[in-house]
Design a protein around this ligand. Structure first.
Ligand code: ZN
Length: 254
């Protein structure tokens, strides 16, 4: 299994990253994708990805986009071009829209559009972050989707919303929020959409389920997410983990 979204480069993992990676392997989580967040963090992210053999994406998160409209992603382009031969670089992202961040909101759309364009030029999929801006994101994606599409990560919406993304060719990243008893819309989404619509992720160290909210999230949560999906889809955990791994392999060409 692959955790398709884990910030394993974050300092929360500095004290025990080696041990955690060992535990991941013991539990059959063979790899993870570390998404890019901000230019200032890219070098550290790349160093950790390389050290452990993790996959990675490069991009600018909507919380960290520069507060200007004259978008210049030449630094991102340059870095990606220098790594085009690296098979571990699998996507652009994470990028997207987040209405809860009022400070960057006026600038987010321009930064997202530039990264969608870049993904299309480079033939890479995108990892998308979206909070309370689904109509805006769907409008944008219906106009300018990169050819390889991508994933709406940390998805927690209703089946109707999920189906709109799936019809546009996007997958939904399902993580720890599925384990919350009150996540009814998300439970319905997992029940009603085909397995092809989903990939597995944790967004570690964030997005711990409520039962573990005071604790750091880790990729080790994947087994519980698979078990919950198996329960909701009335299928075996083995089948769920196989099919969702295939989806990740297909989307990111791993
Ligand atoms: Zn993330």
């Amino acid at each position: 299994m692959i955790d398709t979204h884990a910030h394993l480069d974050f300092p929360e993992f500095d004290p025990d990253r080696d041990t955690l990676v060992q535990q991941m392997l013991e539990q059959g989580i063979s790899n993870a994708i570390i998404p890019g967040v901000a230019p200032a963090l890219w070098q550290r992210q790349l160093a950790i990805a390389q050290q452990y053999g993790f996959y990675y994406a490069l991009g600018i998160h909507p919380w960290y986009c520069p507060l200007k409209n004259d978008v210049d992603i030449s630094e991102l382009k340059l870095l990606i071009n220098s790594r085009r031969q690296d098979h571990a670089l699998v996507a652009i992202g994470e990028c997207g829209l987040d209405k809860l961040r009022q400070d960057t909101w006026p600038f987010q759309q321009a930064w997202l559009e530039a990264q969608l364009q870049l993904a299309d030029e480079l033939g890479l999929p995108v990892i998308l972050h979206c909070v309370r801006a689904h109509e805006e994101l769907l409008t944008l994606l219906s106009r300018h989707s990169p050819s390889r599409r991508g994933v709406i990560h940390g998805f927690y919406g209703a089946p109707e919303l999920a189906a709109r993304y799936f019809r546009l060719g996007y997958r939904l990243g399902i993580g720890g929020l599925l384990l919350n008893e009150d996540a009814r819309k998300l439970h319905l989404t997992v029940q009603h959409l085909p397995l092809d619509a989903f990939i597995l992720e944790t967004d570690s160290p964030a997005m711990a389920p409520k039962s573990a909210i005071d604790r750091r999230n880790t990729p080790l949560l994947i087994a519980q997410i698979v078990a919950k999906m198996a329960n909701l889809q009335k299928k075996s955990s083995v089948l769920i983990s196989e099919r969702l791994s295939e989806n990740a392999v297909q989307l990111f060409e791993l």
